[in-house]
Every structure is written in C-alpha cells, then in structure tokens.
Design a protein around this ligand. Structure first.
Ligand SMILES: Cc1cc2nc3c(=O)[nH]c(=O)nc-3n(C[C@H](O)[C@H](O)[C@H](O)COP(=O)(O)O)c2cc1C
Length: 440
C-alpha cells in the first residue's frame, strides 16, 4: 500500500523518511543513513526513568483507540519484579476504516523495531512480539525482513549495539479476529489460546503475557518513540495541543475527492482535514455526517465538525479520535443501511464470551436489518437505543461499547431517517428463506 501524495498541511514525523511514491521498504542501510537507530543509541545511555520521563513530556497518547498516555502506561511496570517483562505490539489493525499501521509495517519496520527496543529498555524487558493480523501477508513478510536485518546488524540479539543488554523480537500472526485486537484477548491469542478477553484489573502492565508485566501499545505509538527520544519530549508535545502531543496518521475514507493516509498534527481542525487534505466531499455533494475515529466512534453531524481533531476535543463533542479512521459520508448516504451494516460486523466479530455483547450485538443486528428492510416499527427504533444503552459498560471488553456507541448516536442524530424507512416501506415481503424449514 502506498502513502498518499504529500499535502502541504501535513507535518511529517513518522513519515519523514518516505519518498513519494515510496514503493520499497526502507532497508536498514537507508534507515541508518537517515538517523535510524540514533535514538536507540541515545536511549542506551539514558536511565529507564529518563526515557519514561521524556515519553511523558511528549504527551504521546495511544494511537490504537483509547488514547491512554503512553509514558504513564510504561511507568506502571514494576521494573524490580523478578518476572520477565514483555513488549507487545498491537498490529491487529481491525477497526473498520483503519489502514495506517500497515504503512509503517510495510515501509519502515526499523522505526517500529527501534521504538520497541527503546520501550524494552525503559521497562527492563528482553523480549517482544509484534502481533500482526493474518491478512497482512505483505506486511508480515516486510516486518520479518526488517527484523532479520536488525539481528544481522546487532540492533536485536543478545548484545544490543554492544551494550550487553539482550532484546529479542519476532512477529506473531493472528487469524482474522477483530476481538484479538483488544489487548487482553490479544495476549490470550499470543499464548496460543482462544482470543477471549480477560477480566481487568489486573491490567497487562501488572499481569500480561504469561502473567508477566507487559506493555501493549499500537504500532504507531511505538513508532513515534524514536523521534521523541532523538528530539525531545517537549519538541514532540509542541507539535500538537496540550495533552495531545505530536502528529498522527489519519485514514481518510468515504465520499472524498482524495481519500488516503496522511500525517497531521494533533489539533488540526477536523474540517481542514476533510476539505483541504481530503479535497472535500466528492461530486459537489453536501456533507451529511462524519465518523471521526473508526466505526466505533459516535457519528457527528456537519455542524458538530468545527472542532480540532484531537482526543479531548472529540471527546467533548461526544465522539472519539479512536484509531484515526475518518469516514466522510455525503448527502446520498443511507444512514439506516450503514448502521445495519456496521452492526452486522460487530455481531459477527463478538467473541461470544459475555452475554450482553453476544446477545446484544446479535439482536441489534437483527433489528437494524429489519428497520433497513422497511419491516421495522417505531418501537424497534427505541429498542435499538435501549439495547445499546443496556450494553454500555456491561461487557467484558470494550467491543460491546464499540457496537453500542455508534448505534445510539445514529438513532439520536438521524432518527428521521429511521422513521422514514418505516413510513416509506412498501408492503413488506419477507426475504426468501435461506435455510430449509425444519418439519417435525
Ligand atoms: C474490540 C477491540 C478491538 C481493538 N483493536 C485494536 C487494534 O486492532 N489495534 C490496536 O492498536 N488497538 C486495538 N484495540 C485497543 C487495544 O485494546 C489497546 O487499547 C491498545 O492496543 C493499546 O495501545 P495504545 O495505548 O498504543 O493505543 C482494540 C480494542 C477493542 C476493545
């Protein structure tokens, strides 16, 4: 996958080494020639506390979805624990609309490796895994090549850059499950078990992989670390807004003139991303709605989009920056059909471990499909909201919330469209039976 043609409003940190078009992966020679592994060298002379302090100063927040402060997460690991400590990279990239981590995995694996090494040094770890979704064959192969190069040059191995410190890293392939992107389910899967989420607390920093202290971060999060160490946490923080440091990759999709993956500073106006970088709504049509941070994030109406694109501003607007997948919907979008399709995904991907999620997503999918077919009632619209509210905060992991939040927001903000589906319904003809009726 290629990164888009650079836009003047982009601020390039993660993608600063990329040429356009960047067809090949950046190999170890090119990486080293362009300041690669300089941050690691610097980190090897720093104390773990100093590394964590720098990351805290940078206001780097998790790029996987929840936006948790990265330095704070690292500080939760008890470095004095006699247990091994582990580094885990979440490269599952399952959130619909998200296609940013694959750019890094495919084109600049050494950046990610360097980020993992620095994180490993900060928490006193000697072992890491990159858990990559199974569908990412090209990216898995690219990452394996980068890891082999790093071993050959002594950046990975028993004696990292002659420091006497050992750090080993390998890829681990998932098998196509959205749930395995949830960090505790990911750890179960990494351990060779079915990817069901774990009860939290304890959080992975206390008890993660193989019940040992573990840091789980997104690909993009680790990849931001080398520049933070090289140029300083304050420098990185200043690129964004207070408590929302740095830049992030946004995945623009939907009804735009120039969709694609771009790197923007945190706090850039959301409408600038849409109108300038994304080229505005295509075909001269009007904007109907924006899903700002992956399909789990509550939908925004156009009048709600005049806000900075950072974690806090989007939370204040009742939505989320999430995984940075911004989906733009034009005036022709059938919001009921879209919501029904989104819920079909969640119902399919629910692991079934807990009842509110397993039953909730399945029923929501059925009711939304019924509404979309024009066979629903006004009571069904209320039921979508009621069911979704009943799921919020009552599931083992956040997949339940991820399904419930968009459902509630679609009904709240586009109720008229749901009602119109009922009012405009022709005489309802049930869909043809796909399974034979059982005759007793
Ligand atoms: C159902 C579900 C799926 C998730 N999928 C991903 C994913 O594909 N990639 C990711 O980085 N985080 C994903 N997350 C978030 C992770 O649980 C976790 O918060 C993240 O890896 C932490 O890294 P960060 O702090 O760097 O964001 C998912 C969460 C849930 C509830």
């Amino acid at each position: 996958m290629l990164l888009n043609k650079p836009h003047p409003l982009e601020v390039k940190v993660l993608t600063r080494r990329y040429e356009y078009p960047q067809k090949e992966a950046i190999g170890v020679d090119e990486y080293v020639a362009k300041e690669g592994y300089e941050a690691l060298k610097k980190a090897l002379d720093m104390t773990p506390e100093a590394i964590i302090d720098e990351v805290k100063k940078s206001s780097l927040r998790g790029r996987g979805g929840a936006g948790f402060p990265t330095g704070l997460k690292w500080s939760f690991v008890d470095r004095k624990s006699p247990k091994p400590k582990y580094i885990v990279v979440n490269a599952d990239e399952g959130e619909p609309g998200t296609c940013k981590d694959r750019i890094i995995l495919e084109h600049e694996g050494h950046r990610l490796i360097e980020g993992c090494l620095i994180a490993g040094r900060a928490i006193g770890s000697n072992r890491g895994w990159i858990y990559i979704r199974g569908e990412y064959r090209t990216q898995i192969e690219a990452m394996d090549r980068a890891i082999a190069e790093a071993y050959a040059r002594g950046y990975l191995g028993d004696n990292v850059m002659g420091s006497g410190w050992a750090f080993h890293l390998s890829t681990h392939t998932g098998a196509g499950s959205y749930e395995c992107g949830e960090e505790s389910a990911l750890l179960e899967s990494l351990e060779g078990k079915r990817g069901n989420p774990r009860l939290k607390p304890p959080f992975p920093a206390t008890s993660g992989a193989f019940q040992c202290p573990t840091i789980v971060n997104n690909v993009e999060t680790y990849s931001a670390v080398p520049d933070i160490i090289l140029k300083g946490g304050d420098w990185y923080a200043a690129l964004g807004t207070p408590k929302n440091g740095g830049t992030r990759l946004v995945c623009l999709s939907g009804h735009l003139v120039t969709p694609g993956v771009y790197e923007v500073p945190l706090g850039i106006p959301l409408m600038t991303i849409i109108n300038e970088i994304g080229g505005g709504v295509w075909k001269g049509r009007k904007l109907k709605a924006v899903i700002p941070g992956g399909s789990s994030s509550p939908v925004l109406r156009p009048e709600e989009c005049d806000i900075p694109a950072d974690y806090d501003s989007l939370a204040k607007a009742g939505s989320m920056l999430g995984s940075g997948a911004t989906m733009v919907l034009d005036e022709t979008t059938d919001m009921v059909k879209l919501m029904a399709r989104i819920m079909k995904f969640y119902a399919h991907e629910s692991c079934g471990w807990c009842i509110p999620c397993r039953e909730g997503t399945a029923w929501l999918a059925k009711i939304l499909a019924r509404l979309d077919e024009g066979a629903g009632t006004k009571k069904d619209i209320d039921m979508v909201d009621e069911l979704a509210q009943g799921m919020m905060g009552r599931t083992f992991c956040a997949l339940g919330d991820a399904a419930a939040m968009p459902a509630m927001s679609f009904v709240k903000k586009f109720r008229g469209e749901f009602e119109a589906k009922i009012a405009n319904a022709k005489v309802y003809m049930p869909a043809p039976q796909t399974q034979p009726l059982v005759v007793l």
